[in-house]
Design a protein around this ligand. Structure first.
Ligand code: NAD
Ligand code: 89V
Length: 340
């Protein structure tokens, strides 16, 4: 049975969603939507589906099993609530929302409508991150007690995502949100955190360098991100990870070098990201994770399992993310859950 779906927001990153969906023979793209007529026409021409410029018109006209929402955060709540009101299951891009109240409303709308809801948070679905998760769950390093999840580059992110230039809140809610999810995936939920951040680039509105120290149960984890880190090797958009445990250490370094020290055993390998035909460096690991994320969504629709990044579970991630700003603004430690 093919699941019928629509994609809303045929902009920059949605191209990866569309390519990944096009690989799958158990879904049918019946419609695409964007307020930008040229963009939606191009998407329909390349990937198929009827083209709409208004989401309400689309939902009124189409019979859908799910909708893939790839717009920017200001429209996420409206789109998710619209989907839920039509009994259509939404998967929605990150960050889910810029306010907890909006995120809660989306989760409640989907639960009231009885439709599954997932956030397209794909960093945890990157191949290297699945390897790290599996090694930790297999007990390879014992109990983790220290972590660092780091994303540092001077890449010009603004050319492809110009909406980030004027975002009053930037690298924490757009990048660190991914890193918090990885830290929580590997080490569990934080109890508290403290944030330092600043703006280095005078031409943007928000913070572009941030460091967050999180306190987990019997562990600490540093999450750090920068769009102003100059080096001789631009590793954008790679994420580096260190997890230290009572029996060993896992390190993910530049260009997917993974080292697992487990007791006296050392595994050193350079991971190879599958070439999907439409993927290309430097985005290939993220593009491959888009496919994995979307396959997970379909698996959950088939089995009824709650997605790893369900809307409900993402409320905790958003509390951490917005709590990082609360700590930055107060100068004090943030007790996780205070905003929920
Ligand atoms: P974008 O601006 O390039 O694309 C968004 C599209 O949505 C635009 O074409 C816009 O016209 C359209 N749109 C806006 N309002 C609409 C409405 N009411 N109805 C229909 N269409 C509407 O943005 P982007 O850089 O592609 O980012 C989109 C989302 O993807 C953001 O939330 C961003 O954080 C996220 N993103 C995720 C990843 C990742 O998964 N790793 C990477 C980059 C961006
Ligand atoms: O994946 C993302 O959300 C992008 C990136 C952080 C890679 O620049 O915005």
């Amino acid at each position: 049975m093919k699941r019928r779906f629509a994609l809303i927001g045929t902009g920059f990153f949605a191209q990866n969603h569309l390519h990944a969906w096009a690989e799958m023979d158990d879904v049918e793209l019946v419609a695409v939507c964007d307020v930008d007529e040229a963009r939606v026409a191009a998407a329909a021409a390349q990937f198929g589906g009827r083209a709409y410029t208004d989401a309400r018109t689309l939902f009124a006209a189409e019979d859908l099993d799910f909708v893939d929402i790839a717009t920017t955060p200001p429209t996420h709540r409206m789109m998710v609530e619209l989907a839920a009101s039509h009994g259509v299951a939404p998967i929605c891009q990150k960050p889910l929302a810029w306010e907890m109240s909006d995120a809660r409303a989306m989760v409640e709308a989907c639960e009231a409508a009885g439709v599954p809801f997932m956030v397209h948070e794909n960093f945890r679905f990157q191949l290297p991150m699945r390897r790290i998760k599996a090694a930790i769950e297999a007990g390879a390093i014992g109990r983790p007690f220290f972590g660092r999840v780091s994303f540092r580059t001077a890449h010009d992110v603004y050319s492809a995502q110009p909406w980030l230039v004027d975002s009053e809140r930037m690298i924490i809610v757009d990048v660190a949100v991914h890193l918090f999810d990885l830290a929580m995936c590997f080490m569990g939920d934080p109890l508290s955190l403290v944030t330092e951040a600043l703006r280095v680039n005078p031409r943007i509105a928000g913070e572009d360098v941030a460091t967050v120290l999180m306190r987990m149960q019997d562990a600490t984890c540093i999450v750090d991100a920068s769009y102003e880190t100059r080096s001789d090797h631009n590793t954008y958009p790679q994420t580096f990870v260190t997890i230290e445990g009572t029996e060993g250490t896992i390190t993910l370094g530049p260009d997917y070098r993974l080292q697992i020290v487990s007791g006296t055993q050392v595994i050193d390998e350079t991971l190879v990201i599958p070439d999907r035909g439409w993927t290309s460096e430097p985005w290939n690991a993220i593009q491959d994770s888009v496919h994995a994320t979307q396959r997970h969504w379909l698996h959950c629709l088939d089995t009824g399992e709650e997605p790893e990044t369900s809307g409900r579970r993402t409320l905790r991630l958003l509390d951490v993310t917005l709590g990082a700003y609360a700590s930055l603004e107060s100068g004090a430690r943030y007790e996780v859950g205070s905003l929920s």
